[in-house]
Design a protein around this ligand. Structure first.
Ligand code: ADP
Ligand code: 5GP
Length: 214
């Protein structure tokens, strides 16, 4: 009976990138809250925690020396320097989650997205989030009030070069109305999970279907 085939799919690596303030963290929190199959890759960073950020939950906050030692031991799947700080995706917890058939969500920049594509193209789905306007991006950074003025200024000036990377992504969403953008993101995840190559059980299933008598 085809129904006996175990329908376990291959986990995907979902990358969200955007200029700072466009809404990655907000979308990430919604998706990990609502979807039990999605696990967040908690990056290591050398930047100081913002108010409310918890070590081990939002980031693993480390010194530059600790980061470099982990990097030298090949402990990151990808890493990059962003806004003068080091950021990296730790290899071990990600591979563990994928082994368990879970999807892993990455809130990383374009450099990290490119490195993941180079090492695991078939498993990577890349989504770029655009702000509706640069004025709104600035307003969101100000409203978040999590960074010093000089830091916000630097993030705004970096936003222009980050946005210019939009065409290296599989999907591009404009985060105007949050509910709408979140709905679009969930549709992408649902469709990508159904891709034929992510259903390793299908060949067996079809083979058995074709052997069935009616
Ligand atoms: P990022 O992780 O890309 O830096 P955040 O998710 O921290 O961005 O969002 C920056 C700020 O903008 C936060 O205060 C967040 O609540 C707000 N925000 C996110 N999406 C929207 C939206 N669609 N409309 C209005 N404000 C938003
Ligand atoms: P923030 O300091 O606002 O949390 O993040 C700054 C930028 O660094 C964002 O574009 C974010 O996506 C990126 N980033 C966070 N973690 C990583 C990581 O592990 N690798 C890479 N390449 N970028 C990261």
């Amino acid at each position: 009976m085809p129904a006996n085939v175990i329908r376990r799919r291959r986990g995907l690596m979902l990358v969200l990138s955007s200029p700072s303030g466009a809404g990655k963290t907000t979308l990430t929190r919604l998706l990990t809250r609502d979807d039990a199959d999605v696990e967040l890759s908690v990056s290591w960073t050398t930047r100081p925690p913002r108010p409310g950020e918890i070590d081990g939950v939002h980031y693993v906050f480390v010194s530059k020396d600790a980061f470099r030692a982990h990097r030298a031991a090949d402990g990151f799947l990808e890493w990059a320097e962003v806004h003068d700080n080091l950021y990296g995706s730790p290899r071990e917890p990600i591979l563990d989650a994928l082994d368990k058939g879970r999807d892993v969500l990455f809130d990383i920049d374009w450099q990290g997205a490119q490195q993941l594509t180079n090492s695991a193209q078939a498993d990577v789905v890349k989504v770029f989030i655009l702000p509706p306007s640069m004025i709104e991006l600035r307003r969101r950074l100000d409203e978040r009030a999590a960074d010093h003025r000089a830091v916000i200024k630097k993030r705004m000036s970096n936003a222009y070069s980050e946005i210019s990377r939009w065409d290296g992504y599989d999907y591009v969403l404009v985060n105007d109305e949050l509910d709408n953008c979140y709905g679009q993101l969930k549709s992408i995840v649902a469709a990508e999970r159904l891709r034929r190559q992510r259903q390793p059980w299908l060949p067996n299933f079809v083979q058995r279907l074709l052997q069935e008598d009616t």
